[in-house]
Design a protein around this ligand. Sequence first.
Ligand code: 5GP
Ligand code: ZN
Length: 114
Amino acid sequence: MDSCLFCRIIGKEIPARVVYEDEALLAFEDIRPQAPVHILLIPKAHFSSLDGADDARQDVLGRLLLKARDLARERGLDRTGYRVVLNTGPDSGQEVFHIHFHLLGGRKMSWPPG
Ligand code: 5GP
Ligand code: ZN
């Protein structure tokens, strides 16, 4: 997906502050952080959203969530709490159509979300 922003970050065509990488996953700091910790976690294989995920994505979706847990623990967020967000489609505000989890923490958050 040449035109996909996050695929271009995976391909190192666009710089990002990478905090974790393996053969299947990439995690990097959000360019417009909404909390002291704001990390995006993406699969290296492109698919658009949770609604665009078929059942074969079960493994990578689980890996992304557990990596969010690990990155949260490394930053001490397991002690204070944190939020993992998966925006899906127009009403959610999804802007980048390469699936990504947001890991947000380091401040008190409100509920319901805006
Ligand atoms: P969405 O609204 O699609 O769930 O979230 C997209 C996120 O990607 C936003 O939080 C936005 O700040 C972030 N973002 C957009 N462009 C870039 C970029 O070029 N680099 C990084 N690191 N984050 C980006
Ligand atoms: Zn992509």
